[in-house]
Design a protein around this ligand. Structure first.
Ligand code: ATR
Length: 284
């Protein structure tokens, strides 16, 4: 007899996707489809354009159509927390989720893998990077910056300096994340680079079509690792200037690739590799 609580026939092909509005720009379908092909897994990953007012209804329905989980992107990353039954600590701390798992018991599990992706990218491209001995400097205080700050705190960075155009948002980060956060005035952002082992652009400045991030780099030490969350273009003006000063730089594409891996593993049962083939697939 049909058990109304069992959505999946035994031979179901697992489905996943990315929910956004708009969603056509998302690279996630290219990444996951590459992995599905590479590992010979019967499954599919599709873009799902969903209006904010339909999000709850869609999340309720997808598991009944064979979906095992989804990524969520702009503008749904915060709203999804209120709809989830289980929210991981890191998603709660960041205040946003990007990876949802539709559990067999019907419960919706929400996680945030952006901070994991950020750390995994730096560890892959700078294996000897030691973040925990010196301060980090983060430019920006939006959603992406929150994930970076949470990850750096978890990595035992002793001090995280933040400057943001809208100072109030940086002050809010300090109020939520605690005394290891030190807020700098936007006009003095260059000063926070002095002695920093890690420097991160977590603003949207430098993205194709937008002005570059302009911060005086005079205080930047040559042993600092400099990274940009912007990956379009791969080398932003900010990264090019840091590289010209002798710093090691890591582009932001790897964060996007690595944040996708935990979801893929949960949904399709295989821990995928982040390598040059995947980079090419993401850029194609
Ligand atoms: P995301 O989730 O990608 O972080 P967001 O929450 O909109 O997106 O944050 C964008 C970040 O880029 C913020 O730090 C923003 O600064 P404000 O908080 O002052 O808006 C920063 N940003 C965007 N445009 C900027 C600009 N022209 N100059 C400086 N910072 C800018």
């Amino acid at each position: 007899m049909h058990d109304p609580d069992t959505f999946q026939p035994p031979d179901a092909i697992p489905l996943a996707g990315v929910i956004g509005w708009p969603v056509a720009h998302s690279r996630s379908p290219a990444l996951h489809s590459h992995w599905l092909r590479r590992y010979g897994i019967a499954g599919a990953y599709v873009p799902l354009a969903v209006l904010p007012e339909h999000l709850g209804q869609v999340l309720h329905t997808l598991p009944k159509a064979g979906f095992v989980g989804v990524n969520v992107t702009i503008p749904h990353k915060e709203a999804v927390l209120a709809l989830a039954d289980i929210v991981t600590d890191r998603a709660a701390l960041i205040g946003a989720a990007n990876t949802l798992i539709f559990r067999p018991d019907g419960r919706l599990h929400a996680d945030n893998t952006d901070g994991y992706g950020f750390m995994a990218n730096l560890r892959q491209h700078a294996p000897d990077w030691v973040p925990e001995q010196c301060p980090s400097a983060v430019i920006g205080a939006g959603g992406a910056a929150r994930a970076v700050v949470a990850a750096l705190l978890e990595a035992h960075v002793p001090e995280i300096r933040i400057a943001n155009r809208t100072r109030l948002r940086a002050d809010q980060l300090r109020a939520e994340f605690g005394a290891r956060i030190v807020v700098y005035e936007w006009a003095q952002a260059g000063n926070m680079l002095d002695g920093a082992a890690t420097v991160v652009n977590a603003t949207s400045m430098g993205m194709t079509g937008r002005p570059p991030l302009r911060i005086p780099l005079d205080a930047l030490g040559t042993d600092a690792l400099v990274t940009d969350l912007v990956y379009n273009p791969l080398e932003t003006t900010f990264l090019a200037e840091a590289r010209a000063r002798g710093c090691r730089t890591v582009d932001g594409l790897g964060m996007l690739l690595h944040q996708a891996a935990p979801g893929f593993e949960r949904w399709f049962g295989h821990r995928p590799e982040v390598d040059d083939d995947l980079r090419r697939a993401a850029l194609a």
